[in-house]
Design a binder for this molecule. Structure first.
Ligand code: NI
Length: 172
């Protein structure tokens, strides 16, 4: 089932999400819903707070840019355990901030540990777009948006546009 994506600005997007203690069927079905919502948008990543659930869960699939087969990743309690000194710049966007894009600098490679949908611990070193995407989504779990990396003026400009967009959507 597709879920509604919360748009910035919204206090729920600024909150810190709680660690997942037990992998219930309810949480697994939330993960499936999030993947469906992400693919439909379309997007390459989505975090639970973006659908109003303040739990540490993200989904991602960055495979489509490489002609690679789909790779839907479900990550409970994802944690960056090591980051490269080398950085990468990507033009980022966010399903909670539609049609706004900006360059963000982040570590180029990150090692991430998480629990998969079976509750099994996994870890992997992500590079390229995957690395950026996973860091962006984990940020959501700490109430951080990609625009928080921008200069205040640029951030305020995007937020003003979003306020206007939300007003228009509410009126429609
Ligand atoms: Ni986002």
């Amino acid at each position: 089932m597709k879920r509604n994506i919360i748009l910035h600005p919204d206090p729920r997007l600024k909150k810190t999400s709680a660690p997942v203690a037990d992998l219930s069927d309810e949480l697994r079905s939330l993960a499936d819903d999030m993947l469906e919502t992400m693919y439909h948008a379309p997007g390459i990543g989505l975090a639970a707070p973006q659908v109003g659930i303040l739990q540490r869960l993200i989904v991602a699939d960055c495979a489509k840019d490489d002609d690679a087969p789909p790779r839907p990743l479900v990550m409970f309690n994802p944690q960056v355990i090591a980051s490269s000194d080398e950085t990468n710049v990507y033009e980022e966007g966010c399903l909670s901030i539609p049609e706004q894009f900006a360059d963000v600098t982040r570590p180029a490679d990150v090692e991430v540990r998480w629990l998969d949908r079976d509750g099994k611990e996994q870890s992997e070193v992500f590079t390229g777009l995957w690395a950026t995407c996973v860091q962006h989504e984990i940020d959501h779990l700490d109430g951080k948006l990609f625009i928080d990396y921008l200069k205040p003026l640029k951030r305020q400009m995007i937020t003003r546009k979003m306020v206007k967009l939300k007003r228009e959507l509410a009126r429609a």
